[in-house]
Design a binder for this molecule. Structure first.
Ligand code: NAP
Length: 260
């Protein structure tokens, strides 16, 4: 007969289990990524702020964290480029000795209806949003498997589940991230490495600020909660997944109920 262990109530200072965990957040100079990085830093993690072109914004995130007593470094790397992605992982290991959590967040849009979409716009979005997760994950996976601990969290999108007008490139990339997540989760489940995706709905960032006001009104009208999401709501979901041992291969929708 199985013995059921009694739960004990123990009060600990490090309630989140993230103290000194090493976290890379791709595309964390602004928007969702910056908020995720700050949230992990607040909980005691050592964070790597990755960016491609926004160096000042990235340094500002680092300053904000270090001035509050946290630990962070900035690392320029175009994650669409495999050599850059390898450098990002190497620099992290050189600085902090390990990598515990990889959050694949970097993303771009190049919206255009399919008949007007150029091959360049297709390739750009696939490279930055989808090929990047191969680049970063392949550079870090052996480290995580050897240390028998790892969390990979892929920031996909509602658009990868439901599609969106003018976003064939973006929805293909985001749907690809979900398939990647489930398959890799199967391969790493036995080794303490979980792989999950988050599908944000429409979140207040520079990316959604580009959507014309009349279209945005229509989008908000269809959201059951009648508002856009906050970057902090995606960061909370990342912290939750980082602390979850028995959740893998899942896609967590954080979308105000707009897609169920
Ligand atoms: P954002 O405000 O435009 O920020 C994008 C971040 O990605 C920036 O830090 C940018 O840094 C970085 N980045 C872009 N290309 C990169 C590259 N090649 N290499 C490294 N970093 C790169 O976007 P966001 O709204 O926060 O979106 C973050 C993620 O959430 C994206 O994957 C997006 O698809 C996804 N998402 C967003 C929403 C939303 O409503 N906002 C909804 C669903 C999913 P640089 O400026 O330095 O390039």
């Amino acid at each position: 007969m199985a013995i059921i262990e009694k739960e004990q109530v123990t009060l600990v200072e490090d309630t989140y289990g993230l103290k000194d965990k090493v976290v890379i957040v791709t595309g964390s100079s602004k928007g969702i990524g910056a908020t995720i990085a700050k949230e992990f830093a607040k909980k005691g993690a050592k964070v790597v702020i990755n960016y491609n072109s926004s160096s000042i914004a990235a340094e500002n995130v680092v300053d904000e964290i270090t001035q509050a007593g946290g630990t962070a470094i900035a690392c320029k790397a175009n994650v669409a480029n495999i050599e850059d992605a390898k450098t990002l992982i190497e620099k992290t290991k050189n600085e902090f000795g390990r990598v515990d959590i990889l959050i694949n967040n970097a993303g771009i849009t190049r919206d255009r209806t399919f008949r007007k979409l150029s091959q360049e716009e297709w390739n750009e979005v696939i490279n930055v949003n989808l090929n990047s997760i191969y680049h970063t994950t392949s550079a870090v996976i052996n480290t995580m498997l050897e240390q028998k601990f790892g969390r990979i969290i892929n920031i996909s999108s509602i658009v990868g589940q439901a599609g969106a007008f003018g976003q064939t490139n973006y929805s293909a990339a985001k749907a690809g991230m979900i398939g990647f997540t489930k398959s890799l989760a199967l391969e790493t489940a036995k080794s303490g490495v979980t792989v999950n995706a988050i599908c944000p709905g429409y979140i207040e960032t520079e990316m959604t600020a580009e959507i014309p006001a009349n279209i945005m009104d229509q989008i908000v009208a269809k959201i059951p909660m009648k508002r856009l999401g906050k970057t902090s709501e995606i960061a909370d979901a990342c912290v939750f997944l980082a602390n979850s041992e028995y959740i893998t291969g899942q896609c967590l929708n954080v979308n105000g109920g707009v897609y169920m």
